[in-house]
Design a protein around this ligand. Structure first.
Ligand SMILES: Cc1cc2nc3c(=O)[nH]c(=O)nc-3n(C[C@H](O)[C@H](O)[C@H](O)COP(=O)(O)OP(=O)(O)OC[C@H]3O[C@@H](n4cnc5c(N)ncnc54)[C@H](O)[C@@H]3O)c2cc1C
Length: 369
């Protein structure tokens, strides 16, 4: 957002980030970064539907936010998910509207330009076809035998089926949102990037936001805004800052000693996250590591620097329940959440005897509440 806004030299943009400007090393995989200084490393409250266990909630704390520590998957959501948002009243969030933004963000080559961008800041290298690798070729065959469609481009016209995963990795280096958008334009005179600066509250006058108060080097600083304040501190950070500023459920704010500016009960509630589950097949151990993963590696495997990858070059979007393929999004929205992802990969981390692990069979379409 800072990069796009500062394209206009007549505006002056201040980007504040609590984390540092350092890039996590390119040898670091997602698992290495959990709990590191680049992670806020939150823990959930006890989860009623998980036998009251608490779960770790990693969130990026660095220029680039969670994109600096994430799993590098470049996967668009399923179109019906965006359409459901649009139908629920989120104007401009339906798939057609989002498609323009997706295309604008990407720089792909050799893809169908009706669906894919060619000159955006996020460089997407063409993924290796699954059939070129012994392990993923077998996964592809098995998926096809099970009735899943094989897709050349899972971010294109169709997303349901099995496809090679696109990865936010450029020539072996992590590509965060900061790498793609901010670092290349950081010298713009109208853009100031201040890191290690934690915003404590919005400066409110009645219900108008006039600026922010943040702490940097132990000093409290106030920054006024001539035009506007854009709050994008993430799924936890944004509601946290709003609540600290008196915007949120009144009783909760009063209980915490915060003066209420605007009683908005939804702020800080209804967070939905993707549960992650691993499952494996211990019956057929692989006799040797598959060819491709020796080259691209998973975060859990020893590897030379600058050769990280996400943990699976293959992903499958599939429907659970009884909803027919291509059922209309309205019907889909009334049924159980239908679209799930699975990312099969050779097992290393879960059970050394397992031949295949299937990571993150996860619902990808949380419904608005
Ligand atoms: C471990 C992990 C793996 C993921 N894997 C993938 C993946 O493979 N593919 C994918 O597409 N998505 C993945 N995601 C999700 C994706 O990274 C996020 O959806 C995306 O980064 C969210 O962007 P955001 O700008 O909303 O928030 P964030 O990226 O969280 O950015 C918010 C920023 O605000 C800063 N901030 C917060 N509070 C304050 C404050 N008080 N003052 C100043 N700054 C503050 C934070 O430090 C952070 O830099 C993953 C996320 C995580 C955590």
């Amino acid at each position: 957002m800072a990069a796009r806004l500062s394209e206009d030299p007549s505006v002056s943009v201040l980007l504040l980030e609590a984390g540092s400007s350092d890039r996590p090393g390119d040898e670091k995989g997602v698992v290495d970064l959990w709990g590191s200084r680049f992670d806020w490393a939150f823990t959930s409250v006890p989860q009623e539907n998980l036998n009251d266990v608490t779960v770790p909630v990693p969130l990026g704390r660095a220029l680039g936010g969670s994109s600096s520590i994430n799993g590098l998957y470049h996967i668009r959501g399923h179109r019906s998910g965006y359409d459901a948002w649009g139908e629920s009243g989120a104007h401009g969030w339906d798939f057609e509207a989002r498609l323009a933004s997706f295309r604008r963000s990407e720089q792909t080559t050799g893809m169908d330009t009706q669906w894919r961008g060619t000159d955006g800041p996020m460089v997407i290298e063409p993924p290796t076809p699954l059939s070129r690798d012994a392990f993923y070729g077998a996964v592809l065959t098995a998926a096809e035998e099970a009735g899943h469609k094989s897709l050349v481009d899972g971010n294109g016209a169709e997303s349901e089926g099995v496809a090679p995963t696109e990865i936010n990795l450029v020539q072996g280096k992590r590509q965060s949102a900061a790498d793609a958008y901010v670092r290349p334009v950081q010298q713009r005179p109208d853009l100031t990037v201040t890191t290690d600066a934690t915003v404590h509250r919005l400066l409110m006058e009645d219900r108008r936001c006039l600026g922010v108060e943040y702490v940097v080097d132990g000093r409290s600083v106030r920054a006024g805004a001539d035009r506007e304040v854009v709050l994008c501190a993430g799924a936890v950070g944004s509601p946290h800052i709003l609540q600290l500023s008196g915007i949120g459920p009144a009783a909760h704010l009063r209980g915490a000693g915060v003066q209420v500016v605007h009683d908005l009960p939804g702020v800080g509630g209804n967070l939905q996250d993707t549960p992650m589950r691993m499952s494996g097949s211990p019956r057929r151990p692989l006799s040797r590591p598959p060819v491709r993963t020796r080259r691209t590696f998973s975060p859990a495997v020893r590897r030379p620097p600058s050769l990280i990858s996400n943990s699976s070059p293959c992903r499958c979007f599939y429907r659970s329940g009884t909803l027919p393929r291509n059922s209309n999004p309205g019907a889909v929205n009334r049924g159980p959440p239908p679209v799930h992802t699975a990312t099969p990969s050779p097992s290393r981390t879960c059970d050394p005897r397992a031949g295949v692990r299937c990571g993150r069979p996860a619902r990808t379409r949380p419904r608005l509440r």
